[in-house]
Ligand binder design. Structure first.
Ligand SMILES: [Zn+2]
Length: 190
């Protein structure tokens, strides 16, 4: 990114903050008093899937974790700490795991699965190798990988300690886990 691109971001931030204050004078002072988002979004780092923009959300609406190809592994301290904090401290009621079409991470996984020498120790690659994609076009195959990945990561979230604990304890707020697919060529969550 050139310095020009950086300056564009800073200028846009200044304009945005001014327009928010104009419409809602106490927005930022209110924001500084705390957060109580109802949703944790676990999505891909891809620049084309900015959760707040595509859901028309405001600061304070969504708790977020994003990484390449929206992974949630039970041994990933970064993802796990976000989930623990979101459920136990913030008190979110929904966890949404969001995959998307044209995902570079899923494409890399599909490529690795096709490579006979690939290490099948990675659970998603092994799962993709078990799919019959022979009748699929390249794009259909990629969509199947994205879908399979969403199902696997939702499954991991459901097996994680903060979720199983919340489900087992009637005194803890109910948490629902969702798997979503965002079609970035249409701008729609399916
Ligand atoms: Zn992606």
């Amino acid at each position: 990114m050139s310095h020009e691109s950086i300056q564009t971001l800073l200028n846009a931030n200044e304009e945005w903050a001014q327009s928010v204050i104009k419409n809602t004078p106490n927005f930022f002072s209110q924001s500084a008093t705390g957060q109580s988002p109802k949703v944790l979004w676990i999505g891909c780092s891809d620049s084309r899937v900015p959760e707040s923009v595509i859901t028309s959300s405001k600061p304070g609406d969504i708790f977020v974790h994003r990484n390449i190809a929206n992974q949630f592994h039970l041994n990933d301290d970064s993802a796990l700490s976000v989930l623990i904090y979101a459920v136990k401290v913030v008190g979110v009621e929904h966890v949404v795991l969001v995959g998307h079409t044209y995902c570079g991470g899923a494409a890399a996984c599909l490529q690795a699965a096709k490579d006979a020498a690939a290490d099948t120790g990675a659970p998603l690659i092994a799962r993709v190798q078990s799919l019959d994609l022979s009748a699929c076009s390249e794009n259909e195959a990629l969509n199947k990988v994205v879908e399979t990945n969403i199902i696997m990561q939702v499954d991991n979230i459901c097996k994680s300690e903060p979720i199983t604990t919340a489900w087992a304890d009637p005194n803890v707020k109910k948490v629902t886990v969702h798997g979503w697919m965002y079609d970035l060529s249409r701008g729609r969550i399916d």
